[in-house]
Design a protein around this ligand. Structure first.
Ligand code: SF4
Length: 282
């Protein structure tokens, strides 16, 4: 995780940077890494022998043969392993999947809502026409470049909020800004889907309307992991017109799927061009 995005970690200037991308690249990215890895939450991939000695888990995560840090939170073994391995000898440039070398992080709901007046002004002045929330779990099957292309093609007068592993498809793109607000706002990891919902609810309050009436579209990157919880939460809140892709949930029966389509207007993604045109009413 990007260590400098969290206030308690940001206190330490040598903790910075974001290592790695989504879960399906984990085994490759962690292979022979010269540092210790502490898992605090999902998703952990089967740990390969080449790096098993440097993986630690804590809280809800456990893995056979990897040392577990219990509730006393004594991280001495993790620190000792990190010191023993010594880190990279030279500074590393680790590029995103589009070749970008910079990612901008730290837009939890407190940060975004602290500039809510700017966002509202931008909507009222017409500088900001639409907000997309694009995120969810990532996966390895073909078709997920949809999300990269979708975000690349979003018009310059739109914002993209993102979170969870799906963001690694595009979080290294340079999308510019609208009046000083970056067009790509990274809310954080999958657990921070809460931030997206919070922002939407607060904006709806400001505009005195329902979330479904906001110029906001949700495009969920589907995988049968935490995206399931994110979708169920959004449905519970009555949010409609969610686009899901590249596949629809495999575990729901055709009857349930029809219900979701009819009652919540859940739709499968098509192409970035078609979905953008439809969303923006063009
Ligand atoms: S976004 Fe999904 S795939 Fe990524 S860590 Fe969260 S649950 Fe796992």
């Amino acid at each position: 995780m990007p260590a400098h995005a969290y206030p308690e970690l940001k206190k330490y200037p040598h903790l910075k940077g974001n290592f790695g991308t989504a879960w399906q690249n984990q085994q490759k990215e962690f292979d022979n890494i010269p540092g210790a890895i502490l898992f605090t939450t999902n998703c952990i991939m089967p740990v390969k022998d080449s790096y098993k000695d440097r993986v630690f888990t804590t809280a809800v995560v456990h893995y056979p043969e990897c040392q577990y840090i219990d509730d006393k939170k004594d991280f001495t073994p993790v620190i000792a392993k990190a010191l023993e391995l010594g880190g990279y000898k030279e500074p590393q440039v680790i590029k995103g999947i589009n070749g970008g070398e910079t990612i901008t992080v730290g837009f939890g709901h407190h940060t975004i809502l602290s500039v809510a007046d700017k966002v509202v002004d931008a909507v009222k002045s017409g500088a900001l026409k639409h907000i997309f929330l694009v995120g969810g779990c990532d996966g390895a099957k073909p078709g997920r470049n949809y999300y990269t292309e979708f975000v690349k093609q979003t018009p310059k007068d739109t914002l993209v909020l993102t979170c969870a592993c799906g963001k690694y498809r595009f979080n290294d793109l340079e999308l510019g800004d609208i009046g000083g607000i970056p067009r790509l706002l990274d809310l954080g990891q999958c657990n921070d889907a809460y931030s997206g919902i919070k922002v939407a609810i607060e904006l709806a309050k400001v505009f005195n309307c329902g979330v479904n009436d906001l110029p906001l579209s949700i495009v969920l990157s589907w995988y049968e992991q935490k995206a399931v919880c994110i979708l169920l939460t959004l449905l519970y809140l009555g949010i409609t017109n969610i686009k899901l892709g590249p596949s629809l949930p495999a575990f729901v029966s055709p009857t349930v799927l029809n219900y979701l389509v009819e009652k919540y207007k859940v739709a499968q993604t098509t192409t970035p061009e078609q979905d953008l045109a439809e969303t923006l009413g063009k």
